[in-house]
Write a protein that binds this ligand. Structure first.
Ligand code: SF4
Length: 228
């Protein structure tokens, strides 16, 4: 079980992303993992961790219904950075559950695999950014997650999309090509469409419903968890 109290640097919110990672690595070492969804934030963080020489386990949540471009991006990053990937998949996901019960589908394909993935760790590096949606607007660079019993380390919370793309371009990092054809946010195939001009970055996720999150980055479960 992770410890819910931690001595944070007083200026943690002002630290550059690299310094946040270095500080977190000093605290947690290999008890910290990075989860990758193979969107552009994953490209940035995989590169940054590699450049800093940090031995951080890389975890993916493979919902089994990701875009071919997403799997190809994963494979390019694995090859370029020599990643030893820990892949977590859903157990017996009902077919097409996204059509009738998307929250339960997200629970089976994402949340439960994440719980398994995080079990050995005390800290979890994520690539979320505040500008992505109102539900992420108050994310901190380091915050405690009661729900998962880990520290969340979020070095890119104050980066905007232009900065992310510029970092990728300058460092010539492989990234998901769907970002270039109208997909600022990329999830599972059945629940992701390109956005139109003027829409926010996550408008293409679960379009036509009021669902904003799959549930892995919010503190209250979207569905009642049960062992029935
Ligand atoms: S995003 Fe859609 S397909 Fe993917 S887990 Fe959630 S409901 Fe299921």
């Amino acid at each position: 079980m992770a410890i819910a109290s931690l001595h944070l640097p007083p200026d943690v919110e002002a630290l550059p992303a690299e310094d946040v990672l270095l500080w977190a690595y000093e605290q947690f070492g290999d008890r910290m993992c990075l989860t990758c969804s193979w969107q552009r934030q994953s490209s940035v963080l995989v590169h940054m961790i590699s450049e800093l020489g940090l031995d951080v386990p890389i975890v993916e949540l493979d919902t089994l219904v990701l875009f071919p471009e997403t799997y190809e991006t994963r494979d390019r990053l694995v090859e370029r950075y020599g990643l030893e990937l820990r892949s977590f998949r859903p157990i017996d996901p009902p077919d097409r559950l996204w059509e009738t019960e998307p929250d339960r589908c997200c629970h089976i394909r994402k949340v439960e695999p994440l719980e398994r993935a995080l079990a050995p760790y005390d800290a979890w590096i994520t690539g979320i950014r505040r500008e992505q949606s109102p539900t992420r607007a108050h994310a901190q660079k380091v915050e405690w997650s009661e729900r998962y019993d880990v520290w969340k380390v979020q070095p890119l919370v104050d980066w905007d999309a232009k900065r992310v793309q510029a970092y990728i371009a300058v460092n010539e990092i492989p990234y998901n090509p769907l970002h270039d054809v109208g997909y600022p946010s990329i999830g599972c195939v059945p629940c992701t469409r390109p956005v139109r001009a003027g829409e926010d970055d996550r408008a293409g996720r679960w379009a036509g419903s009021d669902k904003l999150e799959c549930g892995i980055h919010i503190n209250a479960p979207l569905i009642k968890e049960s062992n029935d």
